[in-house]
Design a binder for this molecule. Sequence first.
Ligand code: ZN
Length: 383
Amino acid sequence: AILGPAPVALFAYVYSPEYIETCDSLSKVPNRASMVHSLIEAYGLLKHMSIVKPHLATIEEMAKFHTDSYLEHLHKISQDGDNDDPQSVDYGLGYDCPVVEGIFDYAAAVGGATLTAAQCLLDQKCEVAINWAGGWHHAKKDEASGFCYVNDAVLGILRLREKYERVLYVDVDLHHGDGVEDAFSFTSKVMTVSLHKFSPGFFPGTGDLSDTGLGKGRWYAVNVPLEDGIKDDRYYQIFTSVMQEVWAQFNPEAVVMQLGADTMAGDPMCSFNMTPVGVGKCLQYVLQWQLPTLLLGGGGYNLANTARCWTYLTGAVLGKSLSSEIPDHEVSQHTHIHISALSLSHGCSHTHLHIPTSTQTCSFIVSHKKSDPQNHPLVFTVC
Ligand SMILES: [Zn+2]
C-alpha cells in the first residue's frame, strides 16, 4: 500500500498556561490574554484545533530583526525592572512602553509564540496558525514603541520567508502597522498592507496614502488611511477592492494577518465602528486564498470586546457560527467566565462615538500609481 501524506491538522493554536500568564502581566492589557483564551475555550473551540506549546524566542531569533544593543539593554533593565535607566529613552522605553521586571521574558514569550506558529506553517503541520497574544506591530529594530517591545509580526514574516518567496502582511488594526512596514520597506519580497485611522496627532502619525515603500520595495507598501466612524460594510468594500489588486499583482505564497481589535465599536479609542462580523468577513476573504496563514492579535483596549472579537474570528476560521450566548453545557465548566455574550458592549458614550454624517463620510484610498506599469505593480481604482 502506498502511504499518502500525513493528514494535516488544519488549525494550530499557540497556547500554554505559562504563556497566557506571561502575557496577562503586560500592564496595558491586563489579563486580556486569559480572557481571550477562556472565551475561546468556553465556546468549545479548542477541540477543533491542535494546541501547540510556544517556545521562548532566543536572543539569536530576536536578533534576526532587533539590534543586539536593544536586546542587551532590554535584558539588562528587565532584571530588576529599572524604569529610570538613562539609556532607556534612546530605546523608546519609558512612557508608552514602561519597563517592568521580566519585560525581556515577555518579549521572548511573544516573539517565540509567533515563531512557533510560523514554524507550524513551514512544517506543514497546519494551514492556519493563531497567536492572539501576538501582533505587536509598532516595535522597531532598536526601539520599543506603542506598547510593543518586540515585533513578533516581523519575526514571523522573516521565518516564513525562509521557505516562501513572497509573504503578504495585512494589518487591520486601528493604528498604522509602521514597525512592520519599516522593516520591509526596501524589499519586494514582503508586501505590507495597512488599513488604519489617519488623522493629525493620531499615533503613530505615519501611513499616508503616498507612503508606498522605498528602493526595491517601492510600491510594495500599501497604506489605506481611513477616517473615524467607518462601519463594517464600507470597510469590507474598501478591503476587498484593495486586496483583489494586491492578490493579483503580488501573488503571495503565505500571509500574516494582524487583527487588532481596537477598531471595534466600544473600544476606548472611540474611532471606528466595526463589529466582529465585519472583521470576520475580511478574514474570510483572506482565508479563501487558501494560503499558509498566520493570524495575530494586536490592539484592543475594551478587553471584553476584544475577547468577543477574537473568539468570533476563531469560530470563523473553524467554520463555526457561534451563538450569542455561551453554550450551556460549556458554561458549567467555566463559571469563571464573566463575558456572557458575544455582542459588543459599548465602552464609550455616544457623544464620543464618531458616527459619520452625510457630510463626514469615510475617506479611503483613492488611487495609487501614476502611469509606468513597470514601476507601478499596483493600480487601485477604489473610490
Ligand atoms: Zn492599535
